[in-house]
Design a protein around this ligand. Structure first.
Ligand SMILES: [Zn+2]
Length: 593
């Protein structure tokens, strides 16, 4: 450890990180000609995929910076006003710079001497020193805060305006109907060109992108509502909600704007499905958008309408800390056990939108380190994963070709986006049996049926039994807003009793239902998983090997439940007991149980 800087030693001695990782990061830093703790911390974050808070918490402790965290949502009015007052006294340019560096000038902690408490996610950031240089606050005290604290303070106290929407409002309802109705003829391209020049639609499109990010939406849907109406929906917490209705505008005009401002789509093509891409800097973060355009039929026979769905890809939402996924105790322990070994298949199953990729991402981040070769093969690639080599699927390299080339690329850990057929299944099994850890997903309702699915793809029972470590089936249910939830009304008690809650639990008022307030949407805010974790205990493996003509899913389930596996519905009932979700959500998510 002789060459290690003091901070590097501290990271190892205090058990924050493994020695090998710190040593290679330290080496790399010295090669770059740097020698500061801050440089090492930044390198660990950028090149070694260590979560930001982990390295900087250690850095703060190493230099004895005090810590301060707050929940911006819980601040009182007086406090909010005081914060705004401080921000008003800071030059606009500096303020922008501070926010970009995740620094927040928070409050006066010593009124006599006017000492300003500054919260920073990197307390050694030199930008902090510009506060005493450029403002009236000559005395500052620096505190370390989690990234989330700073980001929530900025969002709450100094939210960045959606300029496009402001412009849109200023413009008012400009009539932009370009269908002159003269001959019922199709819109010509010249008319579309005129329309694109009208900044209104550009503002609408750009405004929608920003608003979707601000509202934490996963998708934006742009749907023709008629000859001159467009409906824009956003999906928040899994549900579509109408965000904006644009009247007096031909849907083709907005389609043209979207295509014009995206990469990889042909504006003049309106008869086939197209996939495009866009990226924007929003709130100082690079946000990517995947754009899917498909032609749709409509009653307007003389027009060519398209439906547009835009997926928001916000890297900040990637959960890199496995424990933050919040699996229930036994499922979490078994999951960790399954990925902490050097071989075997980890399968996450569930319908689209059940949070499979979030879980896989977190699991992958748990095992990535510079000493292993991590290869991923997905189509399309959703998130860029630091520390992994992600195969690029395209015209020349198909998914099948990519999958086959993985075997020859000396992998340690592989993520295959989805086991979709015998080829993928065979390769996953082959990888697992040759000492590789393999992550993948399936589309089945529950964990035991994933075994059947693989069996039907043609995988031998003994291979199935011995190559899989765990199958996690999961769903996302909406979380009750903690501010407005109330105890479940008596009329719903019979249904609650029927799914396993007790009379006493209902009497005690700790089982809730949604209400709705200004802090939430219809009584819900955020989502939480419910999961069925089928860990491959020897008993489970034996049962699968014994199968003759078919897989007995019920037997597998019975064996696993005896070992403590929660069924999806029981997992949901536990979430109700924790006060996190309600009867409607659990019944909806587990309807097939
Ligand atoms: Zn509420």
């Amino acid at each position: 450890m002789s060459n290690l800087t003091k901070y590097a030693k501290y990271l190892v001695e205090k058990g924050y990180l493994e020695h090998d990782m710190v040593e290679s990061a330290n080496q790399k830093m010295l090669e770059f000609g740097e020698n500061s703790a801050g440089a090492l911390a930044r390198l660990l974050e950028s090149d070694f995929a260590v979560p930001h808070d982990k390295v900087f918490e250690a850095l703060a402790k190493h230099y004895a910076f005090p810590q301060h965290d707050v929940d911006a949502e819980l601040l009182e009015h007086k406090q909010l006003e005081a914060c705004k007052d401080i921000l008003n006294k800071i030059p606009e340019d500096l303020k922008k710079k501070l926010f970009f560096h995740k620094i927040f000038p928070y409050m006066i902690i010593n009124t006599d001497r006017e000492v300003l408490q500054v919260l920073a996610s990197d307390p050694t950031d030199k930008v902090i020193q510009e506060i005493p240089e450029q403002t009236q606050y000559k005395r500052i005290e620096i505190y370390w805060s989690h990234l989330k604290t700073i980001e929530s303070l900025i969002a709450k106290i100094a939210p960045q305006k959606n300029e496009f929407l402001a412009l849109l409002e200023e413009a008012g309802q400009v009539l932009t109907d370009i269908d002159d109705g003269s001959s019922g003829m199709e819109l010509n391209e010249a008319a579309l060109d005129d329309e694109i020049n009208k900044s209104l639609l550009v503002n609408l499109f750009e405004g929608a992108l920003i608003e979707a990010v601000h509202k934490d939406a996963s998708d934006i849907h742009i749907i023709p509502g008629g000859r001159s109406t467009i409906d824009i929906y956003i999906r928040v917490d899994g549900k579509l909600q109408l965000w904006h209705r644009q009247e007096g505008t031909a849907p083709e005009a907005l389609s043209a704007v979207v295509k014009d401002r995206s990469i990889g789509v042909d504006r003049f093509e309106r008869d086939t499905a197209q996939d495009g891409f866009a990226q924007r800097l929003i709130d100082d973060h690079l946000i990517r958008f995947r754009i899917s355009i498909i032609p749709i039929v409509s009653s307007e026979y003389d027009r060519r309408f398209e439906s547009i769905v835009i997926r928001v890809i916000d890297d900040r939402k990637v959960i890199t800390d496995f424990r933050k996924l919040g699996f229930q105790t036994q499922a979490e322990q078994e999951f960790i056990k399954s990925i902490s070994t050097s071989k075997g298949i980890i399968i996450v199953t569930g319908p689209t939108g059940s949070g499979k990729s979030t879980t896989l991402m977190a699991a992958l981040h748990h095992v990535i380190n510079p000493t292993v070769n991590v290869l991923t093969c997905e189509d399309p690639v959703e998130y860029v994963i630091r520390g992994a080599r992600q195969l690029k699927i395209g015209h020349k390299m198909s998914f099948d070709l990519a999958i086959r080339s993985i075997l020859r690329h000396d992998p340690d850990i592989v993520m295959v986006g989805e086991i979709r057929d015998k080829i993928t299944a065979d390769i996953a099994v082959k990888l697992a049996n040759t000492g590789h850890l393999t992550f993948s997903t399936l589309h089945t309702n529950d964990a035991p049926s994933a075994v059947t699915r693989l069996y039907k793809m043609g995988i031998e029972t003994f291979l199935l039994a011995y190559s899989i470590n765990i199958i996690i089936a999961q769903r996302l249910v909406r979380k009750l807003c903690q501010k407005c939830r109330r105890p479940l009304a008596k009329e719903h008690w019979p249904a609650a009793l029927a799914i396993g809650l007790t009379e006493e639990e209902l009497q005690s008022g700790t089982i809730f239902e949604p209400v709705g307030c200004n802090k939430c949407h219809e009584g819900y805010k955020g989502r939480v998983n419910i999961a069925e974790a089928l860990f491959f205990y020897p008993e489970v493996r034996n049962e699968i090997v014994k199968s003759v003509n078919d897989i007995d899913e019920e037997r597998i389930r019975a064996i696993a439940e005896k070992k403590g596996m929660l069924s999806m519905r029981r997992s949901g009932v536990e979430r109700m007991r924790e006060g996190l979700t309600d009867l409607t959500e659990v019944l909806y998510a587990t309807a097939e149980d």
